[in-house]
Design a protein around this ligand. Structure first.
Ligand code: SF4
Length: 347
């Protein structure tokens, strides 16, 4: 089986607890390599990384590839689009993109699919970035800062300041804050705004958001920076996706052409919504989602039926059930992103 993919030839991603990956979509990680025991470049050119690339080029499906690419293998097995990208122009492997998930967990929101590995509102404030020498990423052309809320963390400014002039720093933000310092780096920063619905839908999914305030910040980001939007599709906003597409087009003349489908935890995946167009629903998993959301409502003073009144019968029948988004899963359970071309999702 030939399982060639471009990402291990150009990427390094670092998880919230400092483990290296050769791809931001890899779910399972090689447990040996982390920022505490090896530099980023040494990892990228390590025997492990070299053999993954060589095996991919030779068409060998090694155990390391099966492990690293399990998410994509699984998606393709189910005839779904994976994150795998063509390697059309082979050049010497070189780190061109780095994803930094480990700048810290400081965050001001409690989003529905988040947990202590990502947000300090669920667990401890982690900042394991201090021990990382920023000169290691200085010359990388694309640097992604992913929190927590990247604009609340001092390390984000350090990264912007210390990266080379021709680097682009992508800052992923929940758009609830607009620190003035970013205006000094308009050329260098690209702002990536998360938006999961319009008005009360976004406020429901991203607890703590005041959408009117967020909109004002988004206006300023759009006015001042190169920018992108990220929409994460889940069971709650499934039927509202076109509202987001229309809003972004009308307000910002922005074409939302990629969609991130949430698959982890599975009970929030839109694939289980009755009658959806994505895949075969599993009703038991859908009901688990309803139980979780009922618990979420009690915890946060919300009501799912304000957003999805058509689920009243299920909601009234099911008992609330919490889910443990555990710190113990920090390394092995990074929620994978599943990016779809918008045209792959029919409505
Ligand atoms: S996990 Fe997917 S995107 Fe990442 S290297 Fe493997 S095939 Fe490519």
């Amino acid at each position: 089986m030939n399982f060639l993919c471009k990402h291990p030839f150009i990427y390094v991603s670092i998880t919230p607890d400092g483990h290296y990956q050769l791809c931001p979509h890899s779910k399972k990680l090689n447990p040996i390599y982390n920022t505490k025991n090896i530099s980023l470049q040494d990892f990228f050119h390590s025997e492990y990384s070299n053999s993954i690339r060589e095996d991919m080029l030779d068409g060998v499906m090694s155990d390391d590839i099966k492990d690293m690419c399990s998410e994509c293998i699984n998606l393709e097995k189910n005839n779904l689009p994976s994150h795998r990208r063509m390697l059309s122009d082979f050049k010497k492997p070189e780190v061109k993109i780095v994803h930094l998930n480990n700048i810290g967990t400081k965050c001001n929101l409690k989003c529905i699919n988040c947990g202590p590995e990502r947000s300090s509102t669920f667990g401890p404030l982690i900042d394991n970035w201090n021990e990382f020498d920023l000169s290691q990423i200085k010359n990388i052309k694309e640097i992604w800062t992913i929190g927590g809320e990247a604009l609340l963390m001092k390390r984000t400014k350090d990264i912007v300041e210390q990266s080379s002039d021709d680097s682009i720093v992508y800052i992923v933000t929940n758009s609830t804050t607009f620190p003035k310092w970013i205006l000094d780096y308009k050329e260098k920063i690209t702002i990536v705004m998360s938006i999961d619905g319009i008005g009360k839908v976004d406020e429901y999914i991203r607890t703590g958001t005041i959408f009117s305030k967020k909109m004002k910040n988004m206006d300023k980001f759009v006015e001042n920076f190169n920018h992108r939007f990220v929409f994460t599709l889940n069971m709650i906003n499934y039927k509202y996706m076109n509202d987001v597409i229309d809003f972004l087009k009308v307000r910002y003349d922005y074409d939302l052409d990629v969609i991130n489908r949430l698959q982890n935890p599975p009970f929030l995946d839109c694939v289980n919504v009755p009658g959806n167009h994505i895949g075969q629903p599993n009703h038991d998993i859908f009901l688990k989602g309803i139980r979780f959301l009922k618990f979420y409502d009690i915890e946060n003073g919300k009501n799912l039926l304000d957003i999805c009144p058509e689920w009243k019968t299920f909601y009234e029948k099911e008992n609330p059930q919490p889910h443990n988004f555990s710190m113990a899963n920090l390394t092995m359970d990074i929620p994978p992103l599943t990016i779809y071309d918008r045209n792959d999702i029919e409505f």
